[in-house]
Design a protein around this ligand. Structure first.
Ligand code: UD1
Ligand code: UDP
Length: 368
């Protein structure tokens, strides 16, 4: 770790895959406008969960890499808190920006407010109303610590207001929609992933599963995998390391191999992922971000959870909640086809990052 000479106005704190994808359009927008630095907590560290994104999304190298790595929630968040505090004490930025709902987001916000540094939260107000979901706790706490709340949707604004937050809420749109619009065309260059995997458009299902509620329960994970094994289409499964570990622990890998219909591959880069999402017949997922991308691409999404923070996609008819129920999953695989509707403005117009940058600039002028 190094403390540098120049004090930045803004520090972005990231550490996990979805943080990097949200960071990319923000950096494109702020570069050359405001002095900033990037702190990487090291929450994700495998090449496919980390460096691949910095390369593909052309992100600058982090100014600090804190190397925290994996562990229990308490250990991980606590170590991050200690190490981020050290950086912030040295750097004393005017504003810290955190993104989404990971443990990195929580630790970054908490370290900053304890040092009386203002926090801006990108993706504020998102709620699934599941109090025992780690990400929901992180979101609620971070929103209540933040000075600038960058809400992606009208519903997110209403959620914040219903919790008594009235000021400094900015409806900016969703930075993941910005990322999508920026990288969707570039992703076409990665189309050879289809040939590499021997896939034909609309002839396979794409599966991602990594949520604690699904990976920590043998019953839920087995149900999901059994249901997809019986699908009429092949299932491409870029598996999160947490899920691989759970499948090994529960001896599910051999069962999947025997069924022969599910192809487990390494986690993909964002650009390859967009190609596979766009060409999938349907997507099955418990990811937050993937549900939105399925909507942007108008691919039917079967969500392996009981609730979602992105109800807009369900209301528009492109997403169905099936939990980890074998028969509901199997039924949706065959019968859920999405809808005719599509509201291109639910997640903004692709200008969320520029709006956030402009609000940050106003904030900094006010601080001087
Ligand atoms: C975290 C986020 C989740 C997000 C997900 C994105 C929290 C509470 N959760 O969950 O919201 O959807 O990232 O991918 O922050 N591991 C590796 N290599 C890595 C990273 C993780 O092997 O590079 C394994 C470790 O065994 C680790 C486990 O995956 O214990 C879980 O990683 P962790 O970062 O704690 O949570 P995620 O499940 O990735
Ligand atoms: N993603 C990816 N490669 C993968 C799986 C997901 O690039 O193998 C991308 C996905 O396209 C989306 C983001 O990761 O942009 C979502 O992150 P994740 O599912 O890890 O977390 P969540 O959104 O659930 O917090």
């Amino acid at each position: 770790m190094r403390i540098s000479e120049m004090t930045p106005d803004v520090i972005y704190i990231v550490g996990a895959r979805p943080n990097f994808i949200k960071l990319a359009p923000l950096i494109k927008s702020i570069k050359g406008e405001v002095d900033f630095k990037i702190v990487h907590t090291g929450q994700h560290y495998d090449y496919e969960m980390n460096e691949l994104f910095f390369r593909e999304l052309d992100l600058p190298d982090p100014d600090y890499h804190l190397g925290v790595g994996s562990g229990s929630h308490g250990y991980q968040t606590g170590e991050m808190l200690i190490r981020i505090e050290r950086v912030l004490e040295g750097e004393r930025p005017k504003l810290v920006i955190v993104l989404g709902d990971t443990n990195t987001t929580l630790a970054g916000a908490l370290a900053a407010v304890k040092l009386k540094i203002d926090v801006g939260h990108v993706e504020a107000g998102v709620r699934s109303r599941e109090r025992f979901m780690p990400e929901e706790i992180n979101r609620v706490l971070v929103d209540h610590m933040s000075s600038l709340l960058f809400a992606p949707t009208q519903r997110a604004v209403a959620n914040l207001q219903s919790e008594g937050i009235r000021e400094n809420i900015f409806l900016v749109g969703d930075v993941m929609f910005d990322s999508f619009l920026i990288y969707h065309d570039i992703a076409k260059r990665y189309y050879n992933i289809m040939e590499e995997l021997g896939l034909k458009p609309k002839d396979y299902l794409l599966l991602t599963v990594h949520r604690a509620e699904n990976t920590d329960s043998k019953e839920r994970l087995s149900n999901i995998l059994e249901a997809v094994s019986g699908s009429p289409w092949e299932v491409i499964f870029p598996a999160h390391p947490r899920t691989i570990a759970a499948m090994k622990r529960f001896s599910l890998i051999e069962r999947i191999e025997r069924a022969g219909n599910v192809r487990i591959i390494k986690p993909l880069g964002y650009l390859e992922m967009l190609v596979l999402e766009e060409n999938a017949k349907k997507i099955l997922t418990d990811s937050g971000g993937v549900q939105k991308e399925a909507y942007f691409l108008r691919v039917p999404c079967i969500t392996l959870r009981e609730r979602t923070e992105w109800m807009e996609t369900v209301e528009e008819g492109w997403n169905v909640l099936v939990g980890a129920d074998k028969s509901r999953i199997s039924d949706a695989i065959v019968n859920f086809d999405g809808s005719e509707r599509y509201n291109q403005y639910i997640f903004g117009n692709g200008g969320a990052s520029d709006r956030i940058t402009s609000i940050i600039k106003d904030f900094l002028r006010f601080k001087d």
